[in-house]
Design a protein around this ligand. Structure first.
Ligand code: 3Y8
Ligand code: NAP
Length: 249
């Protein structure tokens, strides 16, 4: 019985795996949360929107005869990952996480790790500074207690309501980003510090390379701790896992 796969997406690695699955004609469905207005089209049948918590996901798995879930969501998509562990345990569906390793500081990096975005806001300099908040939209409220700084925000879509940050400029862009682009962005806006989440991967790492070249400090927020589950780092490893399943191992 060949696997029927639910691929929880939203990352570069998920898109790479979707192409591999489409190439081998796998029976797979790609899933987006519907966080952005026009997500990148995928070469697999695609569903968009939440499942309705653990129970909703379990019902989806049963109702669609899913035999394997690959959680290729972002390391900060902790709720989705926790729900996938719980729903797969409930239904007996096999689960594999496809997750890239965290970024590690190297020679020339000037990183300071802070536990949360609120801690990052508290750790901002005293003197008004140009801050690149490369954390998307959901975490912005953490910085409202620090209105004295100028914020450069990179968002996928225009934010809905008021940003509550009096000195902010928005750049609308969907990665993956290039070193050339991020160097120009940091220089153009005279950025003095970057706040980033330790997302890993290649789609958002250019800002860190640019920071190193420009000698800029980075406040880095580590990724949330997730429940124990089988994890691979490369789409090809996920395909091998499925192949093993195909042979009934
Ligand atoms: C909706 C799908 C692909 C996937 C591309 C990766 C790379 C480019 C870098 C910066 C950091 C940030 C953000 C980021 C990156 C990739 C990847 C990645 C960071 C899209 C996408 C969806 C989302 C959701 C969005 C979040 C936001 C986070 C922007 C598509 C483009 C900051 C994470 O407005 C919002 O509500 C946006 C929400 C979750 C974090 C946040 O809290 O705001 N991603 N990003 C997915 C869905 O609906 O299921 O629109 O096409 C995917 C990608 N974003 O296929 O090539 O693999 O990480 N995404 C972070 O890393 O800190 C930008 O600007 O330097
Ligand atoms: P989250 O906080 O972990 O999830 C919140 C809720 O969104 C989940 O409980 C689920 O709703 C729904 N959801 C999340 N991912 C989904 C998916 N792939 N398919 C269907 N429903 C999904 O997630 P998030 O951090 O908002 O991330 C949302 C999406 O953006 C994910 O696809 C993630 O891969 C992508 N993304 C996130 C980041 C980031 O920084 N967080 C960065 C890049 C890409 P129900 O409970 O109703 O099922």
């Amino acid at each position: 019985m060949s696997p029927r796969i639910l691929l929880l997406g939203g990352t570069t690695e998920a898109s790479r795996l979707a192409r591999l699955l489409a190439e081998v004609g796998a029976d797979a469905v790609f899933s987006y949360a519907g966080r952005t207005e026009t997500p990148i089209p995928q070469p697999l049948p695609t569903r968009i929107g939440g499942f309705g918590g653990v129970e909703g996901l379990a019902a989806y798995l049963r109702g669609n005869a899913i035999s394997h879930v690959i959680d290729a969501t972002h390391p900060f998509a902790a709720q989705m990952s926790r729900n996938a562990v719980a729903a797969c345990a409930q239904t007996g569906v096999k689960l594999l996480a496809l997750e890239r390793p965290a970024w590690m500081p190297g020679p020339g990096d000037n990183w300071r790790e802070v536990e949360t975005l609120e801690d990052a806001a508290a750790a901002l300099p005293v003197a008004p500074t140009c801050i690149f908040l490369a954390i998307g939209r959901q975490g912005l409220p953490a910085f409202t207690p620090r209105p004295e700084h100028f914020y450069l925000l990179r968002l996928v879509n225009e934010p809905g309501g008021d940003l509550l940050l009096p000195q902010a400029e928005i750049v609308l862009a969907r990665g993956p980003f290039t070193l050339e682009n991020d160097l120009a962005l940091l220089r153009q806006h005279r950025i003095g510090l970057i706040v980033a989440k330790n997302s890993g991967g290649t789609g958002g790492s250019a800002k860190l390379e640019a920071a190193r070249l420009l000698g800029l400090p980075v406040l880095m927020v580590p990724r949330p701790v997730l429940p124990a589950r089988a994890v691979v780092a490369e789409p090809e490893d996920a395909l091998r896992w499925l192949h093993g399943a195909d042979r009934g191992v």
